[in-house]
Write a new protein. Structure first.
Lengths: 177, 177
């Protein structure tokens, strides 16, 4: 059975975490992780461009087969919700533009898959990511969340087959005059 | 003086309007307009892919020099705000990926530029777009809003020179391990 390479993304306008793992049968192998930061002194289009280009570069470098993105939640501050939404829209655009099927998971699903219950604290998720992937050091919080999302996809609550079928590749938009 | 071709975008998840005009000195000439619709029975990544591909197709077809996008507002429904944000993030991604400088305008700025005051009703904006561009028929509401945004950019409250300077072209994202 050939390895399946999964890219996990934890979207954010200031920092977007990414993590790449490989699934060999039941074994998970760490490939890479990190984060893409945008400069809050720049305009929104510039920041969106940085996120889009950064994720595109990760795809070009690590050539994943599938992707998994954390669902984001509405913030108490509506303006923050709008900014987070735009960052997530840029992340999804880069993934579909890169030809990747995209699966979406809630933070609850990710925690259940990685720690075993949905009420896990952030540092518990981080510690389990280190243990599950046999890492020598601890990744940053954003990179750990992205790796956790990739692990969740690899463990496939819905089964990997179903997720792969639900995945999407880009096709021409319908333009109506 | 050579013509400046401007793409206006009115972003939305269900319907994104687009409008292309040319500025020849002080004269504005209509080129094209329409809308990109996404199917609400599809997953969010599929809908984002449709919007991204649709705008990319408009750029490839009409080869604009600059773009202008309406700023969106937070909705009373936070979930709608999040969805609208993601649609706008996809639109901005497609524009910067297409190498276009992006200027942003509020609905107030667009109305002031097209109708002359910020309290104009939607049908007044539509009527002024028809008159300013000498159209034979009336475009749909979303296409009219996109054309109005392009007209606002052409009239350049801040001056076209300043806008062009503020514009942005895509460059590599900084990846931090």
């Amino acid at each position: 059975m050939s390895a399946l390479r999964i890219l996990g993304i934890d979207p954010g306008l200031r920092v977007t975490g990414f993590g790449v793992i490989e699934k060999h049968g039941s074994q998970l192998v760490y490939v890479a992780s990190g984060c893409i930061k945008s400069n809050d002194k720049q305009s929104l289009p510039e920041r969106i461009a940085t996120l889009f280009a950064g994720i595109s570069e990760v795809i070009a470098t690590y050539r994943p087969d599938q992707s998994a993105v954390e669902k984001v939640f509405v913030n108490v501050n509506p303006q923050s919700t709008l900014l987070l939404g735009q960052a997530r829209g840029a992340a999804l655009s880069a993934l579909v533009h890169g030809g990747l099927p995209v699966a979406e998971y809630t933070a609850l699903q990710v925690k259940q898959a990685v720690v075993g219950h949905g009420k896990a604290a952030k540092d518990q998720v981080q510690a389990m990511v280190v243990r599950l992937l046999g890492l020598a050091g601890s990744p940053t919080a954003d990179a750990a969340d992205a790796l956790a999302c990739a692990i969740c996809h690899a463990h496939g609550g819905q089964g990997l087959g179903a997720l792969a079928t639900a995945g999407y590749r880009i096709r021409g938009g319908r333009l109506i005059g």
